[in-house]
Design a protein around this ligand. Structure first.
Ligand SMILES: CC(C)(COP(=O)(O)OP(=O)(O)OC[C@H]1O[C@@H](n2cnc3c(N)ncnc32)[C@H](O)[C@@H]1OP(=O)(O)O)[C@@H](O)C(=O)NCCC(=O)NCCS
Length: 187
């Protein structure tokens, strides 16, 4: 069970639950073809963004396996929501979680995704007591793979054509970090 105290502040960012007033920012982020290129799903219309936001607003705690924590990332310097990070509780029995991150092009290239995702690892290991957190990305998504490497995650697998992605065979990279590896890096 994990219900973090909000907001979560990092050196340069604020992580907090999504709110209805985030619709413009969420639509701006999730309607961009370049942002959704390697994500499941297509760019969102405004109505789709509203529905998406409604689901994310409820994802504020991890109470049972299958729950997701989805947080808005505010860059105070720029005064709006420019990213989202997530932690999904994939298995209670095996203490496994999955991290995810999506950032607006205006906020890329500053280390914000790495800074925000590091908090999700902290919540997963310290808050929920996970044993392993993994992340997956399309094997062409070099920027996502680079975030996971900066987080200290190991490349565990290159799954070749393991699924159909946007109408063609897609290949995925799997990265992961164990609790003991994460603790060693903090020391
Ligand atoms: C994946 C994604 C979040 C990566 O964003 P990003 O801005 O490249 O990642 P970071 O925030 O870690 O920033 C790293 C970059 O900032 C630079 N940087 C500048 N200041 C930095 C700092 N203080 N700390 C770390 N990096 C810094 C790094 O050198 C790096 O630049 P480079 O790509 O030219 O080498 C982004 O590309 C994205 O949202 N893509 C679309 C959605 C998506 O595919 N999500 C992943 C799904 S699996």
């Amino acid at each position: 069970m994990l219900r973090p105290d909000y907001p979560i502040r990092t050196a340069r960012l604020v992580l907090r639950p999504f709110a209805e007033s985030d619709l413009d920012d969420v639509h701006d982020l999730r309607s961009r073809p370049e942002v959704s290129r390697y994500l499941y799903g297509e760019p969102l219309s405004r109505d789709e963004a509203r529905e998406f936001l409604g689901g994310r607003m409820e994802a504020v705690a991890l109470e049972k396996e299958g729950d997701s924590l989805a947080l808005a990332v505010v860059v105070p310097r720029l005064g709006r929501v420019l990213g989202q990070v997530s932690l999904n509780w994939r298995s209670a029995e095996h203490a496994q979680g999955e991290v995810g991150f999506v950032f607006h092009p205006d906020a890329q290239g500053h280390g914000y995704a790495t800074e925000a995702a590091a908090q999700m690892l902290r919540l997963g290991f310290e808050g929920l007591g996970l044993h392993r957190v993994y992340g997956r990305c399309d094997d062409r998504n070099t920027k996502s793979a680079a975030v996971m490497e900066r987080l200290g995650m190991r490349r565990e697998a290159h799954l070749v054509e393991n699924g159909v992605f946007k109408g063609e065979w897609g290949s995925e990279l799997v990265y992961a970090v164990l609790a003991r590896e994460w603790k060693e890096r903090q020391a």
